[in-house]
Design a protein around this ligand. Structure first.
Ligand code: KIV
Length: 279
């Protein structure tokens, strides 16, 4: 009997090699069932710290802990076998020093089995990224609108509207790429900046609110499938209506319970045949 073919996960270098090719399809995933649904289709799944807001109802991502990321990272790994899985390093786990960052990122890699980590930050994180990459940890960067810096940026507005800000973001991208990141998330920047970053650096840019000029796109899955109804950022396109479907299903269930049409006969446990024969 021939052995079943081993399924190989898309690796960080494989993602890097897609620069300038067919756009990379990326989405967030936080759970095993969601990972199972996305695995066949996407190139990369990000266990984003956006889970703090999306799953836990937090006001920002700042309260997300390393343990939370590891638990959700493990779930996504259990639910998938093909896509590249990247886990976000939450606020406070990489900024102190490159050694602390390495220790925390190594724990994420070891305990989840993921393919790499994502670190938010510009030039100030380049040395840390280089340190991790040279020690075996693939790193994805994240520049532009950086949700972990909401307090210093003063909100979630799009970045790069002034020339100085645009230049800073481009310099950040170059520094992160030169440090050895395999790809970079570019969030909430105007189209011209996304285009010039994509044309300047030799690693894929993954846009979120950054136009089609990027080498790939990422969205928070729950935003894209319509879990939040209309309450989504301007850059999100809703490709489904999970909130509407869920409301309809809950109402149908409630009606069926109240009318005693659920559970039906096919939902009942029956006497097992052996016991019936034995009697
Ligand atoms: O935390 C997250 O989900 C992210 C993506 C939105 C890029 O960083």
């Amino acid at each position: 009997m021939s052995k079943p073919a081993t399924i190989c996960r898309v690796s960080a270098p494989a993602i890097r090699s897609r620069k300038g090719g067919t756009p990379l399809v990326c989405l967030t995933a936080y759970s095993a069932p969601m990972a199972r649904m996305l695995d066949e289709v996407v190139d990369l799944m990000l266990v984003g710290d956006s889970l703090g807001m999306v799953l836990y109802g937090m006001d920002s991502t700042l309260g997300v802990s390393l343990d939370m990321m590891i638990n959700h990272g493990k779930a996504v790994m259990r639910g998938s076998e093909r896509a590249c899985v990247i886990v976000d390093m939450p606020f406070g786990t990489t900024e102190e020093s490159r050694e602390v960052a390495f220790r925390n990122a190594a724990r994420v890699m070891r305990e989840t089995g993921c393919s790499g980590v994502k670190i938010e930050g510009g030039r100030e994180m380049a040395e840390t990224i280089g340190f991790l990459v040279s020690r075996g940890i693939p790193v994805m960067g994240h520049i532009g609108l950086k949700p972990q810096s909401v307090n210093t940026l003063g909100g979630y507005r799009a970045r790069g509207r002034s020339d100085t800000e645009a230049q800073t973001i481009l310099d950040d991208a170059v520094a992160i790429a030169e440090a050895g990141a395999f790809a970079i998330v570019v969030e909430g920047v105007i189209e011209d900046i996304a285009r010039s970053i994509t044309e300047t650096i030799d690693i894929p840019t993954i846009g979120i609110g950054a136009s089609e000029a990027c080498d790939g796109q990422i969205l928070v899955t729950e935003d894209m499938i319509g879990v939040f109804g209309d309450k989504v950022p301007k850059f999100v396109e809703r490709f489904g209506d999970v909130a509407g479907e869920t409301r309809a299903a809950v109402n149908a269930y409630a009606d069926a319970v109240r009318q005693r049409s659920f559970p039906g006969h096919h939902n009942l446990f029956k006497l097992n045949r052996q016991r019936e024969i034995a009697r």
